[in-house]
Write a protein that binds this ligand. Structure first.
Ligand code: ASP
Ligand code: MG
Length: 488
């Protein structure tokens, strides 16, 4: 659409109060000096949680709780309006729009309370109110500093299927609607501020993209509008080599690949909604993670190649609140269908399996699930294997909740020999026992299962083993090495 378009998304903490919203407006305003900007917003921090709470309270008939929650929402947003908007007419106008949205939420909650039933569709309508407020607030803050800006409802621009609560975008339709709605605004130099998290079906019914989905909104729009780049403004400096709470020497990575970012988003770091990179990786549109509280820092850039280093490893992640489930017994050697039965049971329990490992002797199959899913999974497994347990073909189904997954992540681990060896000896030297191991054939994630109490030691040991506290030196960078060799 335009060579010079940035899509900028602001998360809930980056829009936490009037001051944060003003800071976000400054960031957008500055970027418009160099080109066009489409802003995408989350709800103000904590607002979506409160809306969802109100929805569930109304399903229980607790309208007192609902009015407490909506009063708080009104008051928070009203305070932001008073703080941000100096023009009296504008204030009145915004307050009226706020009232109208609160009124809609209240009547949806009343309807829910009457029926004592919260439908997924109603939950979508209630939980999306926060973005409708925050888009109006950021647009007003921009107007306050003399820019043209307009709040745009994503129901007009992002087309999705009809899965309430986890809708998937339809890119060609989105491309068409987004261009039709946003191009005229950009042409007259008005900054669109689009509600994140929200979409609508082809016939206009509101949907949401899942919790944390406004990251996804930003990349959907970026892809649909052929943006130059997408910037996710948040409250951390970017993607770090490790959780700084575990290792104080953690460093912000300058550049990582889509694969690495997806791995890190999934395992531990949780910086991005897991689907965020899907719309942009094919088109190769770079995505930045930057800190709206320190906009002078450059953040992390996510690209196709991700600035590979010869060191191979880019980051270490850790995941707790996970449970190891083992299905085992000598009888399962050669017993066909055990794996199929195990994972069918897990699927029937609605469980997301995080890691799988089986030894070649086939004595047991172990896998890891979120601890919250473990009881349900075990119940399904016991039912599925009831006969095999009775006949002692399967001897045990065991559960170990005191574990953690630590993963070593990096694109260049593929084909870099010795990384597994170094990982194991670093832990071996410290007398740390590894319970299970998994490496996908993609080779950019080597995952270890260890006792939870050892997690900090393991993460520290691996971070220092691979020298992640230092920037990769000139000679460690694959690109500079090729450049030195005259390859390009
Ligand atoms: N406000 C939504 C949520 O809290 C979407 C987002 O923040 O990305 O899940
Ligand atoms: Mg988020």
């Amino acid at each position: 659409m335009n060579d010079n378009l940035q899509v900028m998304k602001f998360g809930g903490t980056s829009l936490g109060d009037a001051e944060c919203i003003r800071r976000a407006a400054d960031i957008v305003a500055r970027a418009t000096r160099d080109g066009l900007v489409v802003a995408v917003v989350s709800a103000m921090g904590g607002v979506t949680n409160r809306l969802i709470q109100a929805a569930h309270a109304s399903a229980l008939g607790d309208l007192d709780a609902v009015s407490g929650l909506t009063a708080k929402l009104r008051q928070e947003h009203q305070a932001a309006i008073e703080n941000l908007v100096s023009n009296a007419d504008q204030r009145v106008q915004l307050a009226a729009e706020l009232d109208q949205i609160v009124e809609e939420v209240t009547s949806l909650c009343r309807g829910t309370a009457l029926l004592r039933e919260l439908t997924p569709r109603t939950l979508d309508a209630i939980s999306s109110a926060g973005e409708r407020f925050s888009a109006r607030l950021l647009a007003s803050a921009l107007r306050e500093s003399g820019f043209n800006a307009e709040a745009v409802e994503a129901t007009e621009v992002i087309v999705t299927d009809n899965h309430s609560g986890r809708a998937e975008p339809m890119i060609p339709e989105t491309r068409e609607r987004a261009t039709a709605r946003l191009a005229p605004l950009l042409a007259k130099r008005s900054i669109p501020v689009v509600t994140g998290f929200i979409g609508a079906t082809v016939d206009g019914r509101l949907t949401t993209l899942g919790r944390g989905g406004s990251d996804y909104s930003a990349t959907i729009l970026g892809a649909a509008l052929d943006a130059n780049e997408i910037i996710i403004w948040t409250d951390v400096d970017g993607v770090l080599t490790v959780d700084p709470k575990l290792v104080p020497e953690a460093r912000t990575l300058r550049e990582i690949s889509y694969n690495e970012a997806a791995e890190l988003a999934y395992f531990g770091a949780k910086i991005l909604h897991p689907k965020t990179l899907r719309p942009v990786s094919e088109a190769g549109i770079p995505v930045w993670i930057r800190n709206s509280f320190s906009p002078e820092r450059s953040g992390t850039k996510i690209t196709a190649t991700g600035h590979p280093t010869r060191r191979g490893v880019k980051a270490i992640t850790a995941m707790t609140n996970v449970t190891l489930i083992t299905v085992g017994g000598r009888g399962i050697v050669g017993l066909p269908g055990v794996a199929a039965k195990t994972f069918t049971a897990a699927a029937n329990a609605g469980t997301n399996v995080l890691l799988i490992s089986q030894s070649s002797s086939g004595n047991d199959i172990c896998f890891i699930v979120d601890s919250g899913d473990s009881a349900r999974t075990i119940a399904e497994l016991r039912a599925a294997f009831a006969l095999d347990l009775a006949h002692k073909e399967v001897e045990h189904i065991t559960v170990n909740p005191d574990i953690a997954i630590v993963a070593v992540v990096g694109d260049r681990m593929r084909g870099t020999p010795g990384i597994a060896g170094r990982t194991f000896s670093a832990l071996g030297h410290r007398g740390i026992n590894i319970i299970a191991i998994a490496q996908g054939s993609s080779e950019y994630n080597l995952s270890l299962v260890i006792e939870a109490r050892l997690m900090r030691d393991v993460v520290q040991a691996l971070h220092s083993e691979f020298g992640l506290e230092r920037r990769a030196s000139r000679f460690e960078s694959v690109e500079s090495e090729r450049a030195l060799a005259g390859v390009y």
